[in-house]
Design a protein around this ligand. Structure first.
Ligand code: HEC
Ligand code: HEC
Length: 474
């Protein structure tokens, strides 16, 4: 791993607080990839970092990535900044590997290790380093932050039991969910803010949702007073300008040569409106929505088509993987929110389903409409001993259901929303394992294995390998 000096101007600014200094020191860990081609050279203001399968890069549509933005400044009372949990090295989230380093370097005293939401239980005893190691085990093993939410007033359900491995003693009216920080990059493609959409208000622009989000993050994660409107605007402008993607693959090389369109520069030019390429043509009425439904093209990713026949076997595998993601058909059935119940928009199985039925935003891969789905991640059968298991009971029918995370139902109070989550952006995946809201897929191969079982796809070994090569190149 070669060390290279900081690209761009971001480290030359003065008057840094201690916190931004940490940020800059950390950026100085950016790496150059050996033998980049000229098309692959990072430009001023771009940041490139190595990751387990190559390198990813962030650019800002505003020009430079301003490390003096309030995003990097301490806004609360517990030493945290947004950068504490959203780091460019990890594609603007956090990973267990880096967190374990941070733990060892600080003896578990870095501001991320706070007991308001970093520890498995709120207010955990952390007087000694060994207690800290135990208290923060979900953060250290899976990069999970505790999200404590109250059961909404008037909810159709009550939580009447929890099997809690940590015996936190929390009230059943205020359960803890353990979730991966979503990346604070590629936000210009969002149709929904947060895994459960709790910061997305109906009919409100995403920009306004992100203002709510930044305010709540400051009062919640950072335990501070609400930032000023100007600070919130600055944070949201900053985030909305970030674009991140894989630029280099350790076996295929640069992802933007020989006609390929990988990397953040192409992504920054990718048009988007909410509802684009939606298979159901839903056209939501929200600022930023498409004016007309342009129909659905399953070819959602068009980055590597030029590599379909290439002299490099690795490049060809990525192109085949892209085609599999776009067009390999399987039956999509019993997905609450899509076709799992009589009131869902689709009745019955989708025979010619593809990954892109849900991951429909062109070259970004998130769901282009705000539509929470239950694909089974929080299913009791997938529960691992490190997660709590909640038992929910319908207040009128007395029906009972178990889940590791009630998901969207904790926002709407609706029984039908239990365990539903949004379909996230699928870029720079290689930099930010583990995957899914609960970090239950340690690798992208585990993600593929999940879908293989869930939808009985019947992938061949070669299809799996090609799909994996593609996902690593996003
Ligand atoms: C302690 C860790 C932590 C800190 C500090 C933190 N976040 Fe987050 N962030 C998270 C987690 C966890 C989620 C996902 C929560 C969920 O969806 O339930 C998240 C989600 C987000 C999202 C949603 C992205 C999407 O795709 O929907 C944005 C935007 C965001 N954070 C911005 C910020 C900003 C701005 C700050 C600083 C004011 C901040 N975060 C501070 C942990 C953190
Ligand atoms: C029925 C809709 C649907 C289909 C079909 C689907 N996905 Fe997903 N995908 C989702 C949802 C929803 C999530 C988030 C689930 C969660 O974390 O609870 C997700 C998450 C992911 C993630 C994790 C992203 C992250 O940041 O953690 C990857 C990778 C992914 N899907 C790839 C695929 C691939 C590959 C296929 C085809 C084999 C596929 N998906 C098919 C809806 C779908």
């Amino acid at each position: 791993m070669n060390r290279a000096p900081q690209q761009g101007r971001t480290s030359s600014r003065r008057s840094m607080t201690g916190v931004t200094l940490v940020a800059v020191l950390s950026f100085a860990g950016l790496t150059a990839v050996s033998g980049p081609t000229s098309a692959d050279q990072p430009a001023a203001g771009e940041m490139t970092f190595s990751n387990p399968s190559g390198a990813h890069r962030t650019l800002s549509t505003g020009g430079t990535i301003d490390t003096e933005n309030p995003f990097f400044q301490e806004l609360g009372t517990n030493g945290r900044t947004c950068f504490t949990c959203h780091r460019p090295e990890q594609a603007w989230t956090i990973t267990p590997t880096e967190l374990r380093d941070r733990f060892e370097q600080t003896g578990g005293l870095d501001p991320i290790f706070r007991t308001n939401d970093g520890s498995n239980c709120e207010g955990a005893d952390i007087s000694h380093v060994e207690q800290r190691r135990r208290a923060f085990s979900l953060l250290l093993t899976k990069g999970l932050i505790r999200i404590g939410l109250d059961v909404p007033a008037g909810a159709e359900f009550e939580i009447f039991d929890v099997d809690d491995p940590y015996r936190c003693g929390a009230l059943l009216s205020s359960p803890s969910m353990y979730r991966r920080p979503l990346p604070t990059t590629n936000l210009a493609f969002l149709s929904t803010v947060m895994w459960d959409g709790r910061d997305t208000a109906p009919g409100q622009a995403i920009r306004a949702d992100l203002m709510t989000q930044a305010r709540n993050a400051t009062t919640g994660h950072a335990e501070g007073a609400p930032p000023s409107a100007a600070e919130l605007r600055a944070i949201v402008d900053f985030e909305l300008g970030l674009v991140t993607a894989q630029t280099h693959d350790s076996s295929a090389g640069s992802l933007s040569v020989r006609g390929a369109r990988g990397g953040p520069r192409m992504l920054a030019r990718q048009p988007f409106c909410i509802g684009i390429n939606d298979p159901l043509g839903m056209l939501p009425s929200v600022p930023g929505a498409c004016a007309t439904s342009g129909g659905f093209d399953p070819r959602v990713f068009t980055l590597f088509e030029a590599w379909a026949s290439d002299r490099s076997a690795e490049r060809e595998a990525i192109a085949r993987g892209e085609a599999i993601f776009n067009t390999r058909q399987f039956v999509i059935d019993s997905v609450p929110g899509l076709n799992g119940a009589p009131w869902d928009p689709v009745s019955g199985p989708i025979q010619n389903g593809t990954c892109t039925i849900c991951h429909d935003t062109p070259n970004a891969g998130n769901h282009s409409v705000s539509m929470a789905l239950n694909i089974g991640i929080a299913d009791p059968l997938r529960r691992t001993p490190d997660l709590p298991l909640y038992t929910l009971r319908h207040r009128t029918t007395s029906e009972v259901v178990q889940t590791t995370d009630p998901g969207r139902a904790m926002v709407t109070g609706r029984w039908n929303d239990i365990a539903k989550f949004k379909g996230p952006v699928l870029r720079a995946l290689a930099a930010r394992a583990p995957f899914f809201h609960d970090g239950s897929a340690a690798t992208l191969a585990d993600v593929i294995a999940f879908y293989e079982t869930r939808f009985q796809i019947g992938f061949t070994d070669r299809e799996k390998a090609d799909l994996l090569a593609f996902l690593h190149s996003l």
